[in-house]
Design a protein around this ligand. Structure first.
Ligand SMILES: Nc1ncnc2c1ncn2[C@@H]1O[C@H](COP(=O)(O)OP(=O)(O)O)[C@@H](O)[C@H]1O
Ligand SMILES: N[C@@H](CC(=O)OP(=O)(O)O)C(=O)O
Length: 451
């Protein structure tokens, strides 16, 4: 049995959904189908999830929501119309879209989460209707029905591993394809809570592990994961195979094609992952597998970069001699509910790197003023935008000269680095860089290593 997940780009319109239908019909093992919300149909289009977030904002601000509601309805209707689905089949979806603004929510975060989750929730219902209409028996499966429970972090939830038991009880002996909406689960209180953005990949991995699938197929809009983001380098090398750990580091650092947290259920369940292209389903794609299955041919598998970070730089003489110094800083972070990503340090300096998508300005201001007052550093600097490049490969374990090979081409372009972290992970080297130089640096490193 396979769990097969389709991303938003694969479900953006009726034509794409027809391809998805053909892919599922072609293989009876594709029993459990996890779906995202309709994504972008063209470059400047808006994802349905983003439309729903605008609807949530307008509702909160008590603004007129007529237009945004119509835009959202239209996205689902245009898919239904493509398959000549009778109008009455969509009436129920329309009602759910309108009802969203009338419901009571525990907090603003739960309101946002419920609106955003409806992208997937409604799409899975619609897809089950379309498949039945086309003659393939299908059933919508609400995550509530299978006990997909998450914690109380409404917009960046973590899955409760106890749910694997109830998910494993899902009856697969039926002739129906089971259509599961991605991206969200329910808290113990019964509220909808979403994973972080792109989180339908996580639902797919959870389902694959819970049901002990033979394979987790993840269909997207590229024929492979490439060694570098294809928007930075034209026609980059395709990766045929990579290990779980390589994928986790690369997706964390910017390979948006697969969510970094989605690797964990796959590792724990030993589930192989195959990234494939909905528009080119015969291409083999990329396999993400345990390290024992990968034959390494080159030291570097991929190079990822992301500018979603911010950093705090702190200097204080004799910092290295003060017992409990880092603990005091971490206590301030905890007080303001802030998590950090990395913390490289020197004898008198410390840099703390944050994911700025997880921070509000208010949290930053409060943290900085508490650090200034309680730690009294000689220098305290906030760097609002900080880039990270991650060069990843199992072949880099204990490899002499890896760093030289990575850094040498940067000299030619006169690119300086703000931080180099080698050794924290055996399979990657992390570089801190000024965001506007990041793409150019990635291109230079890739060209030196791969060409
Ligand atoms: N190294 C990479 N290899 C392939 N695609 C990448 C890479 N880095 C970033 N991407 C981007 O990821 C996109 C697919 O991810 P995403 O848009 O989340 O897909 P989906 O809509 O299927 O969930 C690709 O279109 C590509 O632009
Ligand atoms: N629809 C959600 C979850 C998701 O995984 O979407 P996509 O498959 O389009 O990346 C989002 O936009 O974040």
């Amino acid at each position: 049995m396979k769990v097969t997940k389709f991303g938003g780009s694969s479900l953006a319109n009726g034509q794409q959904l027809q391809r998805v239908y053909d892919i599922i019909r072609a293989d009876d093992d594709r029993k459990v189908v996890v779906v995202s919300a309709p994504g972008k149909r063209f470059k400047d289009d808006r994802k349905v999830t983003d439309l729903l977030i605008s609807y949530a904002q307008a509702t909160l601000a008590d603004e007129d929501t007529t237009e945004i509601i119509e835009t959202i309805k239209h996205r689902y209707h245009s898919i239904g119309e493509y398959f000549e689905l009778p109008d009455y089949e969509l009436a129920d979806l329309d009602e759910q879209i309108e009802h969203l603004a009338r419901k009571h929510y525990r907090s603003f975060d739960y309101l946002y989460a419920a609106f955003a989750a409806h992208g997937e929730y409604l799409n899975a219902q619609l897809i089950a209707k379309v498949f039945n209409h086309l003659g393939m028996p299908a059933r919508f499966v609400d995550p509530k029905e299978i006990g997909l429970v998450v914690d109380d972090n409404a917009r960046s939830a973590t899955f409760d591993a106890a749910s694997y038991t109830t998910i494993g009880e899902l009856d697969l002996s039926t002739s129906e394809r089971l259509i599961v909406p991605g991206f969200f689960g329910y808290t113990k209180n019964g509220d909808m809570a979403t994973f972080s953005r792109g989180g339908s990949d996580i639902t797919g991995a959870i389902m694959a592990r819970g049901l002990r699938a033979d394979l987790y197929e993840n269909f997207t809009d590229v024929s492979a994961i490439y060694a570098v983001n294809p928007s930075i380098v034209e026609h980059p090398a395709a990766i045929q195979q990579m290990t779980y750990d390589e994928m986790r580091e690369l997706s964390y650092a910017g390979f948006a094609v697969f969510h970094d947290e989605a690797i964990i259920p796959a590792i724990q369940g030993g589930i192989r992952i195959n990234i494939k292209n909905t528009n080119d389903p015969d291409a083999p794609g990329t396999f993400i597998v345990p390290p024992t299955e990968v034959q390494q041919t080159r030291p570097v598998t991929g190079i990822a970069n992301s500018n979603r970070f911010a950093a705090l730089y702190l200097h204080r003489y004799l910092l290295n001699k003060q017992v409990g110094f880092t603990l005091r800083i971490l206590e301030i972070l905890k007080r303001h509910n802030i998590s950090y990503e990395h913390m490289p340090s020197g004898i008198d300096d410390l840099t703390i790197i944050f994911d700025k998508t997880m921070l509000t300005q208010e949290q930053v201001d409060n943290m900085l003023s508490d650090i200034a007052a309680e730690i009294k550093p000689d220098t305290l600097k906030w760097i609002p935008s900080y880039g990270i490049i991650m060069v990843v490969g199992e072949g880099m374990r204990n490899r002499v000269g890896a760093l030289t090979e990575i850094v040498a081409p940067l000299k030619e372009r006169n690119i300086s680095l703000q931080m180099v972290n080698q050794g924290a992970s055996e399979i990657s080297i992390m570089l801190g860089i000024q965001p506007d130089l990041s793409d150019s640096a990635v291109e230079a490193i890739y060209t030196n290593i791969f060409k």
